[in-house]
Write a new protein. Sequence first.
Length: 736
Amino acid sequence: MRRFNLSEKFIPIWVGIGFVLILMGILYYNPPVVGYWFTTLENWAYDLGIRANHKGIRESFVTIVDVDDLSIEKEGRWPWPRDKVAKLVSSLYEKGATVIGFDFLFSEEEKNIVEEVQKALGKEGSVSGLDQIRPNFDHDQMFAESLKQGDSVLAIAFSEDSDRKSVGVLPPPMAKLTPEEESFGIPLMKSYIGNIEILEKAAKNGGFINTIPDEDGILRSTPLIVEYEKGIYPSLALSSAGLYLLAKEIKFKTALYGKEKIVEGIWLDQFYIPTDPQGEILIPYRGPSFTFPFVSATDVLNGKLSAEKVANKIVLIGSSATALADVRATAIAPVFVGVEIHATVAQGILDHYLPYKPPWRKGAAVFLTFFFGVMCAFIFPRLSAIATLPATIVFTSLLWSIEWWMLHHRGIVISVFFPIFVIVTLFLFNTIYGYFSESKRRKEIKKTFGEFVPPERIDEMLKKGGELELEGESKEMTVLFADVKHFTDLSEKLSAPELKKLLNLYLTPMTQSIFDGRGTIDKYVGDMIMAFWGAPQDNPKHAFFGVKSALDMQEKLEGEVNANLKKTLNTEVHLRIGINTGMMNVGDMGSKFRRAYTVLGDTVNLASRLEELGKYYPVPIIVGEKTWEETKDDFLYRKLDTVQVLGKHVALSIYEPLCLKEKASAKMIEEVNLYGQALDFYAKQNWQQAQELFEKLKNTCPEKGALYKVFLDRIDAFRKKPPDPNWDGVWVFQVK
């Protein structure tokens, strides 16, 4: 059989390599003659990729209240009287909205009708009593009072036109440059339209609503910060997200490039948002317009809004009404409601989906173009026309997969348009060249293909051309569940803002204790916290750190947390914690739209059961046997009981960690020993001695009286109805 002869394919190979080198030169030097068309093609490819590969929303943190056509029809033309806007705001806060942002400007005062009447009547025609009712028609004051009910953000419209007259007032900037400091290269604004002073003072913050489309009129990116008179101001989305996250400060990261100082990113406390040198980010589109939850403003005003649509969310008030024409042409859709752009950016900040173009993006495009171009220039001439098609599909699919993976898992936007362009171009060239080549040459290519790449291997590659599944692993770890006692009753007594404050005051220090103990937060579910130790980094002492974190959580709760809650909300909370150690599955699990690093398994379920046992054993922390075995030399434990939980057929001992052994007092040790003796008598059905010891414990340690009463009540019940003579002390739970 004839071997492949390189000289027979000299023309297609070197034509292909020449084409690749020319394309690389154009990409690198970007000459003006073709630069515009290449940019246009790349933007078109980006738009196509965003429409095909955008990341969906699993949980929306943003709801849009829409002054839509129906609202204008029902409530009257825009702008509405500000007492109506005040009612809208108050209704949203009553339903539990966390932050309210406006995509509207309120740059002019609304005239008080009583004052207008008084001016018209003059002194001689004055009517008595008008001064008393004047406040009832001060709609600006009403609006301001509604804004003070919660965290609100008013819009600012900046302009680069220095000839424009500034209107209204500005909020304080997020940062202020000294007179000597130079600008960072972010957009420099010369004028603005703000809001009237009474409203701006009532709002928590402000944010600009400017967007800057590309040269073709398509909106692909948006600034997060701009400069005005040495002040740095955030966008509406950034300001709203910062309030929602309770960020103590918003600051920016800069770097020196030569003598020029440029911005590289923005910090919301510990959360970093990378930007380009202009302080812009790519808009993290999640779908076409109306992807986010929209609520008609008239429904809010007329009490038709259900609380779950806005509770604990950012609510942006904007308009999709035809008359107001607040629409944009965007990368994901030719018609896109303007307020939803701000919602998209805020959502991206909150769920950490902020795709960006890295500085090395251009170099990556050149490298991929060279790599795939040269590879295809050598491979395609050696394949038949039929075999070239699947190879092209495989290579282009691989590139699309790389782009998709980088976008969804790393938030990095790379351009694969030109590598795909060179692959497709070489495919078409080689197909046409091969079509006009002699039949003998095509057969030789096919034979060569069959020799070097088996058909079954090609089939396998095609099957693997799509997304790779991320598999987890099974390992021994420690998991913790923490839940606030009687939280439902507590939440019913508090207003939505008070409940928000309670959760913030409680969750922040609890999370810090877990982080300090090298733990990983799995999730929050209302007041419930789930955390684990041993992943993603291996930790041989995962059980020790899990128990230590739990003790630290309880110490903080009973100390600074409840002190703050008592001071601010006149209430306290108490925590049940369950901890278990064992084998469990851990990994990046979920759908292609959203994944979560989490743990699963029977060990995890049992930890949840241990937390629930806190309803029956009035102690703050309950751990399982495996956790106790691995940490009994480190902590002073009290063996609580031997139980059989619902759904399990094997009894297990449960324990309460009291403190580190070196911190244990003589009194604590004596109490633990006495409790162990009482529990031993109880398990042996020696009711009298057990009762005497539990009574003694109850009298000497009244703070644990509720625990000892559990066993005293059981002893009374067993005396009336004794257990089986062979009973081994295991308490069987019939409910969770």
